[in-house]
Design a binder for this molecule. Structure first.
Ligand code: ZN
Ligand code: ZN
Length: 167
């Protein structure tokens, strides 16, 4: 994703309005490696600008995706997550806390393996590696099972999954 100042220019050039809220969204997203959902962006923005609407956030994110500045990730975990990292990378997805980490890794052999026999010219490969992050593993080792179980229940409760396929 481009720098916030460049995005302001780009939006104006494309005849889109640039409000202070939108500009703030650019800043929240720029260099953000947390893969936030629209709701997470909204939560952060509304803490600074209480009058902002979730609709503004959705609309701005959608426009950034449309312009190729932002990637929308649907990793089957409920809410769509947004990724400003435009370099080729893969994702480590924690199935417990839903944290997503970037991994930049060239996989030339893997590309060849995937295209093998099919005469398919691979342009890009994006892997999603599912598992338990180191933080969750530590928590599990250090906490009583009862405590982590109630944490988990709470996390599931708060996650507004559209698919409802959890557990
Ligand atoms: Zn985790
Ligand atoms: Zn990413």
């Amino acid at each position: 994703m481009r720098a916030p100042a460049e995005l302001v220019e780009l939006f104006r050039e494309n005849g889109k309005k640039v409000t202070p809220q939108r500009e703030r969204i650019f800043h929240i997203l720029h260099g953000n490696s947390g893969h936030p959902s629209a709701e997470a962006v909204f939560a952060r923005l509304s803490a600074e600008m209480p009058t902002v609407s979730l609709k503004t956030v959705y609309q701005t994110l959608a426009e950034l995706v449309e312009m190729g500045e932002l990637q929308a990730l649907d990793l089957g975990m409920g809410a769509t997550r947004f990724d400003p990292n435009d370099r080729a990378h893969h994702h480590l997805l924690c199935t417990r806390c839903r944290r997503i980490e970037d991994v930049a890794l060239e996989l030339p052999d893997f590309q060849e393996l995937l295209s093998h026999g099919a005469g398919f010219a691979v342009e890009s490969v994006e892997l999603t590696v599912r598992g338990i992050c180191s933080r969750c593993q530590e928590e599990e080792a250090g906490h009583t099972p009862a405590e982590s179980r109630s944490d988990q229940r709470q996390a599931n409760h708060h996650a507004r999954s559209r698919g409802g396929t959890d557990a």
